[in-house]
Design a protein. Structure first.
Length: 401
């Protein structure tokens, strides 16, 4: 009457000729999924995972982000309007000391870093009074911020979450204490697209190549060569005394810096066989270098500046540095400072511009000098037109021209 207990139940262990065989009801499905024709395993594409794999664990991504953020944060900034350039202005004072823990360079470096890593950056205004500037500005982590759209699709609020705690920042009549700076994203209306996302596949390849190299050293590292013993009468094994003597001579005469390049004298049937990397090993190294160039390209950093071999796009380092500032650093800094100027102008009601001072960038000194010379020699232009071409405001009241 208890025979039903002996029947194999779905998902339970079965036995074959008295040997217990463990079987899972999902085993066949898992096996088929695991053998899905060698599909590529990419890393997760969320912000936190990309930051860990592309910045924290990847030297090329780390250096590219640091190069751009440090260079952009070090740019001198000027405050001006249509009529004049200010030597002293409350916005300059706020930017010079944005909060008690950070200076201008630290705040902007964090701000640019967030944009490069996530495509979004958030500034919080603290102590803002109506028709007045904030007393402090703080950079908030992008991975903790969420945008809440309203019925019309425009942002209605921002929510900052740390663990189980959440802080909500409402948007009233298009203005908020949160300044959201985002990169262009063709498929998202609310969040930006970061260079790190574009370089994600190249980062996976580069990290996989690094892990492969480490595994090669751990498990299959090749020595520089092998000493092969060929004794007489087919004897292929050294005696213990011969082995000890050879080992001692190798350690004392052919190892260490002072013995580098010393020739080796082999006798008694010993033969040296050099070893090296196989062609597949060399191709793997080239793949890693190609992935590094793709990462640098996604961030807009000339590979030459990152020490990546095989790149000859620019004739010298000076040209690469000039292109780096002109094509990457300045466009990013100009866009970010423009958004911040508009945001701060909402507090004061005074429309001002905040922009990098290109005349104080050493990498662009030759280029700016040539531009100044061409503009100054253009006699058919008025002084106001010349100043406009150079990015300067119109002449102040009381000046000639």
């Amino acid at each position: 009457m208890f025979d039903f207990l002996k029947r194999p139940m779905p998902g339970r262990n079965t036995s074959v000729q008295g040997v217990e065989v463990k079987a899972s009801a999902t085993g066949k499905v898992v096996a088929l999924a695991g053998a899905a024709m060698g599909r590529v395993a990419w890393s997760p594409r969320d912000v936190v995972s990309l930051t860990k794999s592309g910045f924290i664990a990847n030297p090329v991504g780390f250096r590219a982000v640091r190069l751009i953020s440090e260079a952009a944060a070090a740019l001198p900034l000027v405050v001006q309007d249509r009529e004049r350039r200010y030597d002293v202005h409350p916005i300059q004072d706020l930017i010079a000391r944005p909060n008690s823990a950070q200076g201008r360079a630290e705040l902007f470096e964090a701000l640019y870093g967030q944009i490069l890593l996530t495509g979004n950056a958030y500034l919080e205004a603290v102590g803002a009074i109506e028709a007045d500037l904030p007393t402090e500005m703080h950079v908030l982590r992008s991975d903790r911020m969420s945008l809440i759209p309203g019925p019309d699709g425009w942002p209605a609020a921002y929510e900052y979450a740390v663990g189980n705690r959440k802080v909500r920042f409402d948007v009233a009549e298009g203005s908020s204490v949160i300044c959201h700076i985002k990169s262009f994203h063709p498929q998202d209306d609310h969040y930006g697209f970061s260079p790190l996302q574009a370089a994600a596949s190249a980062i996976d390849v580069h990290n996989a190549a690094s892990r492969w190299s480490k595994a090669l050293l751990d498990n299959a590292a090749r020595p520089s060569g092998a000493i092969v013993y060929r004794g007489v009468d087919g004897q292929s094994q050294l005696s213990q005394d011969q082995y000890d003597r050879l080992l001692s001579e190798m350690e004392t005469q052919h190892q260490g810096a002072r013995n580098a390049g010393r020739p080796m004298l082999l006798e008694g049937g010993l033969d040296w066989k050099p070893m090296g990397f196989s062609p597949s090993d060399m191709e793997f190294q080239k793949t890693k270098e190609a992935a590094a160039r793709e990462i640098a390209t996604a961030f807009g950093v000339p590979p030459m500046m990152l020490g990546i071999p095989g790149d000859a796009t620019y004739a010298n380092y000076q040209e690469a540095n000039r292109a780096f500032y002109r094509l990457t650093v300045l466009p990013l800094a100009t866009r970010v400072t423009s958004v911040i100027a508009d945001w701060l102008s909402d507090f004061t009601g005074e429309r001002v511009e905040l922009r990098p001072d290109q005349d104080q960038v050493p990498a662009l000194s030759d280029e700016r000098e040539s531009q100044w010379r061409r503009v100054s020699e253009a006699g058919f232009l008025s002084n106001a037109e010349k100043r406009s071409l150079l990015g300067l405001p119109a002449l102040e009241v009381g000046h000639d021209g």
